[in-house]
Write a protein that binds this ligand. Structure first.
Ligand code: F6P
Length: 571
């Protein structure tokens, strides 16, 4: 597959059928539910702990049949098999794509019984299982030492705050999971996350911290990312300044080196660069070029999470991913949840004109999940050429966005309910809260989830003009109070927000992305689109720093903006 031309989905019979259905499509969820009392049951699926109700989507058996034919034509199942076997499906970088290998159970454990292959998983000459497990063991041993207090700062004090410095996949995954699993974080430990090169970020994140009890994790796949290396240098300076100012260490080279050894560790595929920064390679955790940044939270990039929730929690997190990987690998397409959700996204994007997709967690701890999904989905599938370099034949990607409910209800839901745009939305909730608080006799979580159920019902079934009138509404405002309904939603319900469930949710969306990317024929694992801006920032930096010749060489808009900046800049 890696070297083969992608199939043009738009040339298939299924595509033409779907185009035919889409023209003049008049979905009627009220009628569909009335005609088929079993609709909810028919379209509700289980993937590991996730109960996924697709019934409020604008889909019929006929539509689904054609979408499944698209998936068959594009070879979604076969390409998934190629991916997990280590073929170089990341064509533009000539790399295997093996994030699924990060969560294969350790060989020899009971969970490994169903592995395929059961042992001897060798890719490009490397024993993948052995490498993954030995890195995990190293991360876990370190995490245990930090958690127990065996690992101390340079003055012998135990670590209280872990500051992860990274950006993109080296930040969004760890921070999202840390926030999601706050109730599992060991008492006395806190993680903070610095990503932006805006100096305010590191300033605020180090504010109030004691350098003697702070550990920095510099997380960067390439160890060449401007933001991360700049922040790492700022952090090192902060550490040295703090320790020398208090007299905790002497103000000399060897004391500084000793402090870095105890307060800095790194996660990277480029261990030579880690050493050049001054971090002892002994304190560095590696990973591999076959893990994309946005697919890396389950690698050593998740070290901050492993410290926070502990190795057992992290193993449970990985098992969650693996459960969905197995669902994806073994479940027929017609019941395969990530495939079905990916196909529905194709339906909305390519046939019904949707441009964006809302993700609305009814779980405050998932407040960073939409941001995390923005990188996963948009960096993966925002492409205009296919994996053979030819132009795409249809629209790709969706703009993912969202905020937790119920906050969003009081902000942007108006547009989802009554606006002119089609916005498919995923609603995510858990049955058991971390904090089962009561308001008098009322269970607050149940009240919270009443909103989760109410919103998808309102979006699906709306409110007719007659129903509005029956409430005694003045005729002049009836139109404003009508809800059209037929606004598609998917409801995802899990037992609780455990490490395993968080892993399952991430893997679910990874495979949705995969399904869509395969249909569109794109390489979902490169990200060349971020490069130009990075290059230009480096070229422009001297101009911003006052180099007249560099300023002169800019286009007129950039030149005048920089000139204005220099004029406004005090100092
Ligand atoms: O600029 C995009 C990107 O390459 C992401 O894909 C990646 O997650 C992020 O930068 C950070 O890269 P690194 O981990 O190499 O610092």
């Amino acid at each position: 597959m890696a070297g083969t031309a992608p199939i043009d989905p738009t040339a298939s019979t299924a595509w033409k059928e779907l185009e035919g259905i889409a023209s003049g499509f008049a979905p009627d969820l009220r009628a569909w539910f009335a005609a088929e009392p079993e609709r909810a049951a028919r379209y509700t699926f289980q993937a590991a702990d996730l109960t996924v109700d697709l019934s409020k989507n604008l889909v019929t058996e006929e539509i689904l049949g054609h979408l499944l034919a698209l998936a068959e034509n594009a070879g979604v199942a076969a390409r998934y098999q190629e991916m997990i076997a280590g073929e170089h499906i990341n064509v533009t970088e000539n790399r295997a794509v093996l994030h699924t290998a990060l969560r294969r159970p350790a060989p020899g454990t009971p969970a490994a019984a169903d592995l395929d292959p059961a042992s001897g998983f060798v890719v490009d000459g490397a024993d993948i299982d052995a490498e993954v497990q030995s890195t995990l063991e190293k991360v876990f041993a370190f995490a245990d030492r930090v958690r127990s207090g065996a690992w101390t700062g340079v003055t012998g004090k135990r670590i209280e705050t872990v500051v992860n410095i990274g950006i993109g996949g080296s930040d969004l995954g760890p921070v999202m999971v840390y926030e999601a699993l706050k109730p599992y974080v060991q008492a006395g430990l806190e993680c903070r996350f610095v990503s932006n090169i805006d100096p305010s970020d590191i300033y605020e994140k180090t504010a109030g911290l004691d350098p003697e009890t702070t550990l920095f994790i510099v997380a960067s796949k390439t160890f060449g990312t401007l933001e991360t290396l700049t922040n790492a240098r700022l952090a090192r300076e902060w550490l040295w300044k703090g320790l020398t100012a208090s007299g905790a260490i002497a103000d000399d080279e060897s004391a500084r080196t000793g402090a870095v050894a105890k307060h800095f560790v790194a996660v990277s595929t480029a261990l030579d660069k880690v050493a050049a920064f001054g971090i002892d390679p002994e304190n560095a955790f590696g990973f591999w070029d076959w893990v994309g940044g946005r697919y890396s939270v389950d690698s050593a990039i998740g070290t901050s999470v492993a410290i926070a929730i502990g190795p057992d929690g992290f193993r449970e997190f990985l098992a969650g991913f693996h459960a969905i990987d197995e669902h994806m690998r073994t479940t027929p397409l017609a019941e395969n949840v990530p495939v079905l959700m990916g196909l529905l996204n194709v339906w909305y994007t390519n046939f019904l004109g949707a441009q964006s997709h809302a993700v609305l967690p009814y779980a405050q701890y998932l407040h960073r999940f939409p941001a995390y999904l923005q990188q996963l989905t948009m960096e993966s599938n925002g492409k205009s050429v296919r994996w053979d370099g030819s132009p795409v034949t249809t629209d790709t990607g969706e703009i993912f966005w969202g905020e937790p409910g119920t906050n969003g209800q009081h902000a942007f839901y108006q547009l989802i309910h009554q606006g002119t745009r089609l916005i498919p939305a995923d609603f995510i909730a858990v049955a058991n809260p971390a904090h089962p608080l009561k308001d008098g006799d009322a269970d607050v979580h149940s009240l919270f989830l009443a909103n989760f159920f109410a919103q998808t019902k309102a979006l699906a079934f709306g409110k007719t003009a007659d129903e509005v009138r029956a409430e005694g509404t003045a005729e002049s405002v009836v139109p404003a109070r009508v809800f059209s309904g037929n606004r598609p939603t998917t409801s995802i319900l899990a037992p609780a927000l455990t490490p395993g469930v968080v892993g399952q949710l991430i893997a679910l969306y990874e495979h949705i992305v995969f399904t869509e990317g395969t249909i569109w024929g794109i390489d979902s694992f490169d990200q060349w689109g971020v490069e130009l801006g990075k290059q230009l920032a480096l070229q422009i930096a001297p101009a911003v720093d006052g180099d007249a010749a560099a300023l002169e060489s800019q286009d007129s808009s950039t030149k005048s903006l920089i000139a204005k900046y220099l004029e406004l800049r005090e100092e």
